[in-house]
Design a protein around this ligand. Sequence first.
Ligand code: DQA
Length: 144
Amino acid sequence: MLNGPNLNLLGQREPTLYGRETLVAIETRLVAQAKAGGHELVCAQSNAEHVLLERIHAAPRDQVRCIIINAGAWTHTSIALRDALLGVAIPFVEVHLSNIHAREEFRHRSLLADRAVGVICGFGPLGYEFALRAAMAEADRASP
Ligand code: DQA
């Protein structure tokens, strides 16, 4: 599960939009849920685009079967992130805490969405749990 810029601030950042739960708390819960579902979830967050790109590049070597990604603001701007995800050809689930379609117009467009398995947005931290369910189903489908 990859989280992009500013998501390390979850819990304190605009809580009316993003909730009060920290990213560490979300990650800890999801790792346990993945384990209970018979999968391993590895989490990374970065404010440096190249760090996420390199994690994506390493994903085939790491035998990643599905990527959950909240690319934050890079969702709307980063062709590089799109190219990396398409380059490794690993299915990915896009997630956003807020409903990006109910916000500023510049957030309505995602450079990832048309190639995602699916997009989950507007459910706050719960969205990551939905994304995990979807990612586990995708991973099982790809290699049961
Ligand atoms: C976000 C939505 C983005 O537009 C924003 O830049 C973020 C968080 C979300 O989870 O709702 O950083 O990805």
